[in-house]
Design a protein around this ligand. Structure first.
Ligand SMILES: Cc1cc2nc3c(=O)[nH]c(=O)nc-3n(C[C@H](O)[C@H](O)[C@H](O)COP(=O)(O)O)c2cc1C
Length: 337
């Protein structure tokens, strides 16, 4: 039997399939089902900066009103003794997951600015998180902020978190950076133990009847894996930290390609939401079968063997690919004269 074990963020994992942040971590039952199906670690749904800030502001307003003479409101709407804040609930859930699961649990912090919310990193560490995933889902849509400032924002948030926690931190990034290699190298220098590529930016849609801008969530397809696989192959030779792929990991083929390109682990979300936790077991069996059929003893043996540096034709990951792809197109008969 091929050895599926891998290492991610210094954690020894029994295989490279890790469910990514999703609603599946919100219930202990579904988290247990993921573990039973073979997940090697679990990334929790995120603790969001906006929700923390909203709740803090809400309470501040409430207490302010009391101090400026509406104290009687306290007797009408007292805060129940057993009231749990959004953050308390998250921490409690993390502690529960830690006590019920044997696999490592990675907590997820999600926000875009430097602020008090970062301090929750310490609380997550104390609640038992094995590592932290930091998702700075930031859309650079401010004309006053140039690309260096955008990158500095990421580094500042990372530094602040790094100063507060000793557990591994992994950075979940979008693909929209102009020079990903130096940027990820800087993240590594500032204490990131891993890079997760890539966040999906969910695109809002315009409803042509109401002319309203509607939020829209569509699950991914395998097609999205190709962008990630290319960048994994490029980053693998340039970084010393862990690499994870998220986005478009639907089946054993997507996973094997990501590993060949250099990923330490692959994160799965859409496929698990579509097919349920049992998809993990079936996929891992197919990974193992493929390894045996192709005479690999272990994941370790194949990891990074088709990275840009190790590929027979490294230019296939670069601009040359663009030109050959365009040249390879032949249009269907009868479409053009
Ligand atoms: C319903 C849903 C909820 C998600 N929640 C989170 C979240 O809380 N934090 C986060 O970083 N990513 C979240 N994601 C993104 C996933 O973790 C993952 O990165 C993304 O879906 C790409 O992987 P996939 O192609 O396997 O779906 C969510 C995705 C979906 C579909």
């Amino acid at each position: 039997m091929a050895d599926l074990s891998t290492e991610y963020l210094g954690l020894k994992l029994k295989n490279p399939l890790v469910p990514s942040a999703s609603p599946l971590s919100k219930q202990v039952e579904s988290a247990l089902a993921l573990e039973d199906a073979g997940a090697s670690a679990l990334i929790m749904h995120s603790l969001f900066e906006e929700k923390i800030t909203y709740e803090n502001e809400h309470f501040e307003r409430f207490f302010n009103q009391q101090s400026i003479g509406h104290g009687e409101a306290d007797s009408f709407h007292p805060i129940p003794d057993d009231y749990k804040s959004y953050q308390d609930e998250y921490l409690e859930h993390l502690a529960k997951l830690k006590s019920e699961l044997d696999i490592p649990v990675i907590a997820s912090l999600n926000g875009t600015s430097l602020g008090g919310w970062i301090e929750y990193g310490t609380a997550l560490q104390e609640a038992g998180a094995d590592a932290l995933e930091l998702n700075i889902y930031y859309l650079a849509a401010d004309a006053q902020e140039d690309s260096q400032q955008v990158e500095a924002r990421y580094i500042e948030i990372l530094q602040s978190l790094r100063a507060n926690v000793s557990i591994p931190i992994t950075m979940k990034l979008s693909s929209q950076f102009s020079a990903l290699i130096p940027f990820t190298q800087q993240l590594q220098q500032h204490g990131a133990n891993g890079i997760v590529i890539f966040n999906r930016f969910y695109q809002p849609d315009i409803d042509l009847e109401t002319l309203k801008i509607e939020p829209k969530l569509e699950l991914s397809t395998s097609q999205e894996s190709l962008l990630r696989i290319r960048w994994t192959a490029i980053l693998f030779d340039q970084l010393d930290c862990s690499l994870a792929v998220t986005g478009g990991m639907h089946n054993h083929e997507d996973i094997l390609k990501a590993l060949l390109a250099g990923a330490d682990v692959t994160h799965m979300c859409s496929a698990l939401l579509q097919h349920g936790p049992s998809h993990i077991e079936a996929t891992l069996q197919q990974v193992e079968q493929w390894l045996e059929q192709h005479e690999y003893d272990s994941i370790q043996q194949l990891k990074g063997s088709i990275s840009r540096q190790h590929a027979i034709d490294p230019s296939a990951y670069e601009r040359a690919n663009y030109i050959s792809v365009l040249d390879s197109y032949s249009h269907p008969k009868g479409v053009l004269r």
